[in-house]
Write a new protein. Structure first.
Length: 458
């Protein structure tokens, strides 16, 4: 056995090392420690943050042909006024549900008459400024000769990839200072990127947060047109968790920078979950906005309207493939990242980030690392064979013993002829009556023979 063990035990250890190495290689995960958490959150989040345009177009008719100056101004305006604004929102379901502020989509929820009145006041202001007259004078004059002929409401959602889609309000709270500033919209789509909803009951003062959206301050004539499709992300902390509006609705105070256009933008935590929607800013000081005093509607309030709309917040296949691709890309597995990114492109071609990541992955293919988990089936087969060999070697070493010299097992010793002793004469394995009879008969024959011999000698 010792000679066998010198060969089998080292071989078994080598096979065990093969099995351990294969399991180690299969379970290697892409290392992304060199990528900052904020960068990861930005890349995960951007594809699901949208820009929202909510406005109404009011058509005017001016009934004083003797006033060519006013008519000239109206012609420049194409006899129209536009009322409304823009904001931000986050997609929460792959089939196109979006959360934002109620005040972001307030215009299209107004009555036509109320829209026309607000647009008329805007028009009066333009006339008063142009003719250098007081507002009341311009108001009375325009009221005599102007009437609206139609109101067209428009709600558009601009996706980061450039698609412009019609939006529909599915549930609606109330604008700022009127109630809960939340609305849920719906656009047509499938396999859309999404953001998960968190739990605002779990937030703590000074938690790190990020605000992402489309602030108007980031728009500039010096930027390219497609720059308006790129969202901005600002970091900050939670400043207070238990403040309320005058109507008693809870709000979260944050110190991340934000401005017009950010309204309705997601406030996310370190897990990339929405914990609130930016709703309003603090008061101005000397007519100037003061950054660091902004407020968000808690996500648990948002969930009330999400439930009202019958929406399920679920991760889409696009999210899964895209995030897997990013992990592989950041880990240096460019070949495998490319496969994930191309899969995203197949199911959602207008993904805002995917074309760039595909191009970058293709450029870096030559330096791609080996992803051993691709060979898992081969490794499992090798491990199975190695395990079987180890079992055979152990049995061979310890279970089988070498054969020694043959041992002769003797049967019953036959009695010496004429001894008269008792023995197993009939070979049945025991001394019984038959053996005694044989012995007596043998003794009798011996006695007769001795007597005959003696008679002959005399």
């Amino acid at each position: 056995m010792k000679k066998r063990a010198l060969f089998t035990i080292p071989l078994s250890l080598v096979l065990i090392a093969v099995i351990v190495t294969s399991f180690f290689l299969i379970n290697i995960k892409p290392a992304t420690g060199n990528i900052a958490q904020a960068q990861k959150l930005a890349e995960y989040t951007k594809p699901a943050v949208v820009r929202i345009l909510d406005y109404a177009v009011v058509e005017w008719q001016f009934n004083n042909p003797n006033d060519p100056e006013v008519m000239a101004i109206l012609e420049q305006l194409n006899y129209q006024s536009v009322l409304g604004g823009s904001g931000s929102g986050g997609i929460i379901s792959s089939d196109g549900y979006i959360v934002t502020n109620a005040h972001v989509v307030e215009t299209t929820q107004m009555k036509d008459e109320d829209i026309a009145n607000a647009a008329f006041e805007q028009l009066v202001g333009i006339m008063a400024d142009y003719f250098k007259v007081d507002y009341d004078t311009a108001y009375k004059y325009m009221l005599n000769y102007t009437q609206y002929t139609g109101v067209k409401k428009v709600l558009k959602v601009i996706l980061p990839g450039g698609d412009v889609l019609d939006g529909e309000v599915k549930s609606y709270g109330a604008p700022i200072n009127e109630g809960k500033d939340v609305a849920v919209l719906k656009i047509e789509g499938k396999n859309l990127p999404t953001l998960p909803l968190g739990n605002s009951d779990n937030i703590q003062n000074q938690d790190n947060i990020w605000v992402i959206g489309y602030p108007a301050a980031a728009d500039s004539d010096l930027l390219s047109p497609d720059s308006s499709l790129v969202s901005s992300m600002n970091a900050g902390q939670i400043s207070a968790t238990s403040k309320k509006t005058e109507q008693g609705s809870p709000v979260i105070q944050i110190n991340a920078a934000a401005t017009h256009g950010n309204s309705g933008g997601p406030v996310i935590n370190e897990k990339g979950e929405i914990i609130g929607l930016l709703t309003f800013r603090g008061d101005t000081v000397n007519g100037q906005e003061v950054q660091g005093f902004n407020f968000a509607v808690p996500v648990n309030t948002v969930k009330e309207f999400v439930n009202q709309a019958g929406v399920r917040n679920t991760k889409s296949e696009t999210d899964k493939l895209y995030q897997e691709g990013l992990e592989l890309y950041w880990g240096g597995y460019y070949k495998h990242a490319l496969e994930k990114f191309e899969a995203v492109q197949r199911i959602y071609p207008n993904h805002s980030e995917i074309k760039q990541y595909i191009a970058n992955s293709e450029k870096k293919m030559d330096s791609s690392k080996t992803l051993w988990s691709d060979y898992a089936t081969i490794f499992y087969i090798i491990d199975g064979v190695a395990g079987l060999l180890i079992l055979v070697l152990l049995v061979f070493t310890f279970a089988f013993k070498p054969k020694g010299p043959a041992t002769v097992v003797s049967g019953p010793t036959p009695p010496m002829p004429g001894s008269g002793g008792l023995s197993d004469l009939n070979g049945d394995g025991k001394i019984d009556v038959q053996d005694i009879l044989h012995a007596l008969q043998e003794q009798q024959r011996k006695q007769n023979k001795d007597n005959n011999n003696n008679s002959t000698d005399n």
